[in-house]
Design a protein around this ligand. Structure first.
Ligand SMILES: Cc1cc2nc3c(=O)[nH]c(=O)nc-3n(C[C@H](O)[C@H](O)[C@H](O)COP(=O)(O)OP(=O)(O)OC[C@H]3O[C@@H](n4cnc5c(N)ncnc54)[C@H](O)[C@@H]3O)c2cc1C
Length: 449
């Protein structure tokens, strides 16, 4: 097992902290690391795609799980997969697609591990259809604070605390996943431009049930009557028989391309209000007003940014803050007000995505609940950002909504109980399971989880 001392951040590249990083290659090595961790405890880390500090542990241990990356069994008839927690969704796609299976839920990057996907109970563009990742987990193996391995099944408190539990109930070693049957690696994509936020909400409400996948990019710099204008893209897997002849030869091929990495030194101010406004204007105007049935590769539809390694450097040395919240159906006025406030403030957000969540999932700290979710990336160095986001938190909590903890780097702890009603259950299970605090992270200390 390799061990080194490293400075780590999340994908947003803010608040680096130093930890002892262990890279276990076996379950026994992982157990020995947890048993031997010092008073600052330990936390599992996957591919470090959480935006904030969920997979950091200042002065303690971090278990880099990426060497535990075996796909143990695949039942090609039923789509049941047993794999180590350090396997990435990218690797699963490479192996499963040729067999006609696809991961049940994918976030907007495929460079996340199965452990990270359960730890954050991730959602994809199909939440309204398929729920979040842990809904598709049949069981998992969890390494607990005493170094024991427990089999954990849905319907139990330990499962509900672990799904979305940000690594704080233990280290997930492996999982059994139910995958989704596909007969091609192509998507049929419908695109619509909406003139404002109300137009978008109406189209999502009226039509989402017809699509497995749906998300809208919003131009958050548009103001006045155009506030919340967006490009809505919705898609479905294309059955093999419906492919054009040239694609039918290799219907399940999966060859996502890669561009050269973003340079380490990106000029400061690249993402100014003016440049982002220009980019947004272009993006909106060049999108089709209405186009149906466009054939796209899976990687283009789900993970367009993955072809550009280290694209998080685009925010420069200051890094970025991701803000994602959800408010329930019936709270559209809160959503409108928040979008108006962001637009009015001229926050330069390139990536702002609105989705409609379906039924919530049982994870005690799982983020999704039925309603509207908006995610945006902002330069961390934006003047007054902290106070502005604090005030948005208050609106969100006041409307019975919540912010996503896996993406958070700045929430105030006093907001948490209002946003996550099962927080007390989570804390008491953790106190019982791990009285000496073997599992801790920068996020757990910051929010007193
Ligand atoms: C470009 C981009 C797009 C994204 N899009 C989405 C999206 O659409 N939907 C969404 O939900 N999320 C999205 N995310 C967030 C991302 O999916 C989650 O943060 C995910 O948890 C990252 O997985 P990871 O393997 O990198 O985990 P890390 O970032 O390393 O860790 C995340 C959390 O999981 C825990 N964890 C990791 N491995 C284990 C393990 N083996 N056992 C126990 N706990 C573990 C960690 O302790 C930590 O709390 C996006 C992130 C990026 C960078």
């Amino acid at each position: 097992m390799s061990v080194d001392t490293v400075s780590l951040t999340g994908w947003g590249r803010t608040a680096p902290t130093t930890a002892l990083r262990f890279r276990p290659r076996t379950y026994e090595e992982a157990a020995a690391t947890v048993r031997g961790c010092g008073p600052r405890g330990s936390i599992a880390r996957g591919l470090g795609r959480a935006h904030g500090d969920a997979a950091q542990n200042a002065g303690g241990s971090v278990l880099d799980m990426t060497a535990l990356n075996r796909i143990r069994t695949i039942d090609a008839a039923t789509g049941l997969v047993v794999c180590d927690a350090g396997v990435s969704l990218h690797r699963l796609m490479e192996v499963l697609l040729p067999l006609g299976w696809f991961v049940p839920v994918t976030p907007a990057t495929r460079y996340v591990t199965v452990g990270g996907a359960i730890g954050a109970d991730i959602h994809g563009r199909n939440h309204h259809f398929s729920g979040s990742f842990s809904r598709h987990v049949q069981q998992l193996e969890l390494l607990t604070a005493e170094g024991e391995i427990r089999t954990v099944r849905p319907g139990t408190d330990l499962f509900h605390a672990t799904a979305g539990g940000l690594g704080l109930t233990g280290v997930i070693l492996s999982a059994t996943l139910r995958c989704h049957r596909v007969t091609s690696s192509w998507m049929s994509v419908d695109t619509e431009r909406t003139i404002d936020l109300d137009d978008l909400l109406a189209r999502l409400s009226a039509g989402d049930h017809r699509y497995r996948y749906s998300a809208a990019w919003i131009d958050l710099l548009a103001r006045g009557r155009a506030t919340g204008r967006s490009v809505l893209t919705r898609g479905e897997h294309v059955p093999r028989y419906a492919l054009p002849a040239r694609a039918r030869h290799t219907p399940l091929a999966f060859n996502p391309g890669q561009l050269p990495a973003t340079p380490a030194l990106v000029p400061e101010g690249l993402l100014s209000r003016t440049s982002v406004a220009l980019f947004n204007e272009l993006r909106y105007r060049t999108a089709p007003k209405y186009r149906i049935g466009e054939l796209q590769r899976l990687s283009t539809f789900f993970h367009p940014l993955d072809c550009l390694p280290h694209w998080n450097r685009i925010h420069g040395r200051g890094g970025s803050v991701r803000y994602q919240f959800v408010v329930g159906h019936g709270q559209e006025e809160t959503l409108r007000r928040i979008v108006r406030r962001i637009s009015h403030r001229r926050c330069p957000s390139l990536l702002a995505v609105l989705k409609r969540f379906g039924a919530g999932d049982p994870g005690w700290l799982s983020f999704p609940m039925p309603g509207w979710t908006l995610a945006l990336d902002l330069p961390a160095a934006l003047p007054g950002l902290a106070r502005f986001l604090d005030s948005l938190d208050e609106e969100v909590a006041g409307a019975g909504g919540r912010v996503c903890l896996a993406k958070d780097s700045r929430l105030r702890p006093q907001m948490l109980a209002a946003m996550y009603p099962r927080l007390a259950d989570f804390r008491s299970l953790r106190a019982e399971l791990d009285p000496n605090g073997a599992f801790r992270s920068d996020l757990s200390r910051r929010l007193s989880l």
